[in-house]
Design a protein around this ligand. Structure first.
Ligand SMILES: Nc1ncnc2c1ncn2[C@@H]1O[C@H](COP(=O)(O)OP(=O)(O)OP(=O)(O)O)[C@@H](O)[C@H]1O
Ligand SMILES: [Mg+2]
Length: 307
């Protein structure tokens, strides 16, 4: 349903009087089929949210293309609420504080359907039920709910038009662990029921392992490895993925907090492996040569010079 081909993105960064270009995404390729749950895992600053925003149409890539439902998307483009919805980390800032829940949930229906008020209200009530909130929530404002409840509201809003794809950008990272588990369970149940495709972004491997059927590992804007979740977790191939898994005993660790081997060398060669300066198994050739994509199965591949 979604094909991302050779997508790259740079940002201009201004420091004092100097403007530099920061390459945030490099040659991203992903093929997401209807009904799959993709986990995109990577540390802070690796480009996860940038990729999410580009897919959602909130930003344009520099190069590359996105084919959605067999149509190539042009940029800038209007949102496609029936096809893609997004859920963010912090529901308090993504829900309008001045609107009652009934209006927050009514907005997508009002803007994108011709349903009369009665039918819209019926749908809103059924979605409140689907996310386990009481009907009395309708007359309340976002600040009157807990973080977990607010994320349930954000989920109801994302699901209400029954989109094909929902991009979830760290949707449980701001919640307590027990609340995280409830929201993850709800996400799993809703996906099973509506067969929605998910692109689930997280820096938490435990969360990815619980939910995802496919995994892409991103590092400094490069996808270093991708495959079925069980391939990635049972036989990781890229040194970075191996390190991530070994640094997350019992998969409870948060990779953004993990400190790798100290930065040793930055190479001026642009196309060499982005992980070379921190790779525990790097060889001399890694500083000279462009890594290759190695296909381990029809679903599992990684980018490295070595098998
Ligand atoms: N609008 C922008 N202008 C300039 N630089 C940006 C902009 N948005 C993001 N960046 C930079 O791009 C890089 C990738 O950012 P991004 O938000 O995509 O990372 P992320 O993987 O989502 O990180 P996190 O886990 O912290 O959310 C970072 O270095 C960030 O500072
Ligand atoms: Mg982010």
């Amino acid at each position: 349903m979604l094909e991302i081909k050779n997508l790259s993105k740079t940002y201009e960064q201004k420091k004092f009087l100097k403007t530099t270009r920061l390459k945030v995404l490099t040659n991203i390729n992903l093929y997401i089929k209807q009904g799959e749950i993709w986990g995109l895992v990577g540390e802070s600053g690796s480009g996860k949210s940038t990729l999410a925003r580009i897919i959602a149409g909130l930003e344009a890539p520099d190069t590359g293309s996105i084919v959605l439902e067999n149509k190539t998307i042009s940029f800038p483009r209007k949102s496609m609420p029936h096809i893609i919805q997004m859920v963010f980390q912090d529901p308090l800032s993504s829900l309008n504080p001045k609107q009652k829940i009934k209006n927050i949930l009514d907005e997508p229906l009002k803007l994108n359907t011709n349903y009369p008020h009665k039918k819209r209200l019926q749908i809103i009530k059924s979605w409140l039920k689907n996310v386990n909130l009481l009907e009395e929530s309708l007359e309340k404002y976002p600040h009157q709910f807990s973080g977990g409840q607010r994320q349930r509201i954000a989920l109801a809003r994302a699901f209400i038009l029954q989109p094909k794809l929902i991009i979830l950008d760290e949707p449980v990272s701001a919640l307590d662990v027990s609340v995280q588990a409830q929201i993850l369970l709800l996400l799993k149940q809703l996906q099973k029921q509506y067969k929605t495709t998910y692109l689930f972004i997280s820096h938490d491997l435990a969360v990815i392992r619980y939910l995802a059927t496919k995994v892409a590992v991103i590092y400094k804007g490069h996808i270093l490895e991708q495959g079925l979740a069980n391939e990635i977790f049972s036989s990781p191939a890229h040194p970075y993925t191996k390190l991530l898994l070994s640094c997350a005993p019992k998969l409870k660790g948060k990779i953004s907090r993990i400190l790798f081997k100290k930065h040793t060398k930055i190479s001026s060669h642009q196309n060499i492996c982005p992980f070379v300066d921190k790779c525990p198994v790097k060889k001399e050739q890694c500083l000279q040569n462009i890594p290759k994509s190695i296909q381990l199965s029809s679903t599992h591949s990684y980018v490295c010079l070595y098998k």
